[in-house]
Design a protein. Structure first.
Length: 284
């Protein structure tokens, strides 16, 4: 890779984006996926029927009444779940897998815990084992920053760099932690994906792990823009910024692309810097 040429292109793209601003895909609400999941909980004693400040909505509550659980409606990953104990005895609520959540609720009290990050069904039981319920967790929406890999600006940059006659079509996918956008081009599929981690350290660790699996060495010098960055010889570019890991995959494209016959790796790098520029403008 010609690092000096790529750096100039990166900084130019970032400058333009900072001036023009960056849009995003669907203006979905940022999910709680970036919150640190924890088995710990908070609890409060209360009189039955009293509202607790900061408590979740009724739809995200597990009710304990007359010796039975009343399950909440399906909720988004990472949502704060409130347990309301309307009975006269203390109850422990624990997931059947013994690891996803455990919380103790005093008689007539309330407690909260964070729903697991992974979508799925989580059976739970009382400490005595005589009550059973199921917590259904659904994938929350991707963050606005993640959807920028499929935003108009990204599509326009692909169109410009490859001199396409029209904006490229895209297919997006979200699995609860990774948002990916596929561009089915004539030469092969071009894919950009963003994985949202619980924190910055996890995002950087994921980038390192992904780079190792793809045999992508670290990008050195100014070309890494001061971020953990990696690039393979066949078109993979990986960056970590904040709690997000960006993977730009141009490995299915021909060796050179566009009217200027740039390498697939350089094209992937320029697209990566476009997205990083969007994120910088979005958070500034």
């Amino acid at each position: 890779m010609n690092k000096n040429f790529s750096l100039v292109g990166a900084l130019a793209v970032a400058a333009v984006l900072a001036l023009s601003g960056c849009g995003m895909g669907d203006p979905a609400q940022t999910p709680n996926a970036g919150s640190e999941p924890s088995a710990s909980s908070t609890a409060s004693g209360m009189d039955p029927g009293m509202d607790m400040p900061g408590a979740g909505s009724m739809e995200s509550m597990i009710h304990i009444q007359d010796g039975k659980f009343i399950d909440p409606k399906p909720l988004a990953a990472g949502t704060t779940v409130t347990v309301m104990n309307m009975d006269a005895t203390a109850v422990t609520v624990a997931s059947d897998d013994a690891t996803s959540f455990t919380v103790n609720i005093a008689a007539g009290g309330m407690a909260t815990f964070q729903a697991p990050k992974e979508p799925g069904s989580y059976p739970f039981h009382s400490g005595t084992g005589n009550m059973h319920g199921v917590l259904t967790v659904q994938a929350g929406a991707p963050s606005a920053a993640a959807t920028m890999v499929c935003a108009d600006e990204a599509q326009q940059t692909v169109q410009k760099l490859l001199a396409l006659p029209a904006l490229p079509k895209t297919t997006e996918k979200w699995d609860g932690s990774t948002y990916s956008c596929s561009y089915p081009l004539d030469g092969g599929d071009f894919v950009m994906s963003v994985t949202e981690s619980a924190n910055d350290a996890d995002a950087a660790a994921l980038a390192t792990q992904l780079a190792g699996s793809l045999k992508a060495p670290a990008i050195e010098g100014l070309a890494n823009l001061g971020l953990p960055g990696y690039q393979s010889t066949d078109g993979d570019v990986i960056f970590a910024k904040d709690n997000m890991t960006l993977h730009v995959d141009a490995t299915a494209l021909p060796a050179t692309v566009g009217p200027d016959k740039v390498t697939a790796g350089k094209f992937a790098y320029e697209m990566a810097t476009t997205i990083l520029g969007c994120w910088t403008a979005h958070h500034s």
